[in-house]
Design a protein around this ligand. Structure first.
Ligand SMILES: [Zn+2]
Length: 62
């Protein structure tokens, strides 16, 4: 009985995921693409320190 409930719950989650993917195609990949350059700009390419804001850090590296 409990296993059946879990199976139905998983099935509902899969259906919701499929509907979401059909309604908003590429919405998940868009978020992933937006996050990638943001994560890259977080650290300085010269010294590797974490940066606050978009301008370069104090080490003088571009
Ligand atoms: Zn730096």
């Amino acid at each position: 009985m409990l296993i059946k409930a879990v199976f139905v719950f998983l099935l509902v989650m899969v259906v919701i995921g499929m509907i979401g993917n059909a309604l908003f195609p590429g919405a998940v990949s868009k978020v992933a693409k937006r996050r990638l350059p943001l994560a890259k700009s977080r650290t300085c390419p010269k010294c590797g320190r974490y940066q606050i804001g978009t301008s370069g850090c104090g080490c003088g590296g571009k």
